[in-house]
Design a protein around this ligand. Structure first.
Ligand code: UT7
Length: 323
């Protein structure tokens, strides 16, 4: 008998304001055509002025709890993956905890930028398997619209706001790849690549900043590293690409998603794609895609899923799970 962290609920929340590519044509030297063909993005959601990351996260958490048929009191821990928390401290996770009316357990944020949800899932799994929590709410939530330089056409057309959440629960398994739940994880980072993707301000430097990215450099690393981390995690689970029902990738660029699937020898029919509707929502993109993929009827119980992501750090990784 082996313990497994099994997904028992999933949900998401998107702010109501939808911004089509054409809106950027009015203020920037760009076109809908360029954005679509270079990134695959057609529209994205932006949070309202009075809407914060913890608001988005709380709404996604409520949807996931409802899907699981659970109350906040049934949860032992909350992890929020975000790089855009409401305040420097306390964590967005403790704000969500309070908003859900949860007075026991513990809550904290994980910051690994676009790879944040993969890092949060891996940490939640470790907490569950080591007996420190039985049920963990794992949330990815971002308001990247707040860190955009609206005069930089090479970045501001790419990102969006949103949140997604999973409820993980300890269940018995057989210790085989047929088990439901998280089967393997792979995490990596390499701080030498800081300058490829960063925000040029922060508390300790007493500045506020904007996202800066050398997009084509990040692109090169992404295509090379994502298939590798996915295959490493699959190998740890005793599986390979042929066993995968769905790749649920970080949604940054359709060309990266296609390149990774191709390297893994899988057709696009086996990839959940939401980038056209959400843009790049950083740590929120994978749980958003899992939730939308389930809603669309793509992801079904028993399906083998590999999630993979890369972002600022650079930080990257993958999680293999059976739904
Ligand atoms: O989520 C975290 C990880 N981030 C990523 O995975 C993002 C990775 N990178 C990318 O998705 C792509 O590199 C981009 C979508 C950012 C850019 O696509 P690209 O094919 O790598 O284009 P590029 O950066 O090489 O730029 C090509 C041209 C440049 O013009 P020149 O120098 O060739 O004259 C840019 O100035 O496109 C120009 N350009 C634009 N043109 C119209 C850049 N942004 C725009 C724009 N509209 N919005």
């Amino acid at each position: 008998m082996a313990g497994r962290s099994v997904v028992v609920g999933v949900g998401h929340y998107l702010p109501s304001r939808v911004v089509p590519n054409s809106e950027f044509e009015q203020t920037l030297d760009t076109t809908d055509e360029w954005i679509r063909t270079r990134s695959g993005i057609e529209r994205r959601h932006f949070a309202a002025d009075d809407e914060t990351t913890s608001d988005l996260a709380t709404n996604a958490a409520r949807a996931a709890l409802k899907d699981a048929g659970l109350e906040a009191d049934d949860i032992d821990a909350i992890i929020v993956a975000t790089s855009t928390a409401d305040l420097t401290f306390p964590s967005a996770a403790t704000m969500v905890q309070a908003r859900l009316g949860m007075t026991k357990g513990f809550a904290f944020d994980v910051q690994a930028v676009c790879a944040g949800f993969v890092f949060a899932l891996s940490n939640a799994n470790a907490l569950i398997l080591s007996g420190q929590a039985r049920r963990v709410l794992v949330i990815g939530a971002e308001t990247f619209s707040r860190i955009m330089d609206w005069s930089d056409r090479s970045t501001c057309v790419l990102f969006g706001d949103g949140a997604g959440a999973l409820v993980l629960e300890l269940q018995d398994g057989n210790g085989t790849p047929d088990d439901r739940g998280i089967l393997a994880t792979d995490l990596n980072s390499d701080g030498r690549f800081k300058d490829l993707l960063y925000v040029d301000g922060g508390v300790s430097t007493q500045t506020t900043g904007y996202l800066r990215m050398q997009g084509n450099q990040v692109f090169r690393h992404a295509v090379e590293k994502l298939a590798k981390t996915a295959e490493t995690a699959l190998g740890r689970a005793g599986l390979n690409s042929a066993d995968v029902n769905w790749i649920v990738p970080h949604q940054a660029n359709i060309r990266i998603i296609q390149g990774t699937a191709k390297k893994m020898g899988l057709p696009m029919e086996r990839v959940v794609v939401t980038v056209q509707d959400h843009g790049n929502t950083s740590a929120a993109s994978i749980p958003l895609a899992l939730s939308v993929g389930k809603e669309r009827g793509q992801i079904k119980p028993g399906d083998l899923i590999v999630t993979e992501a890369i972002g600022g750090g650079l930080a990257w990784g993958a999680v293999v799970l059976r739904w």
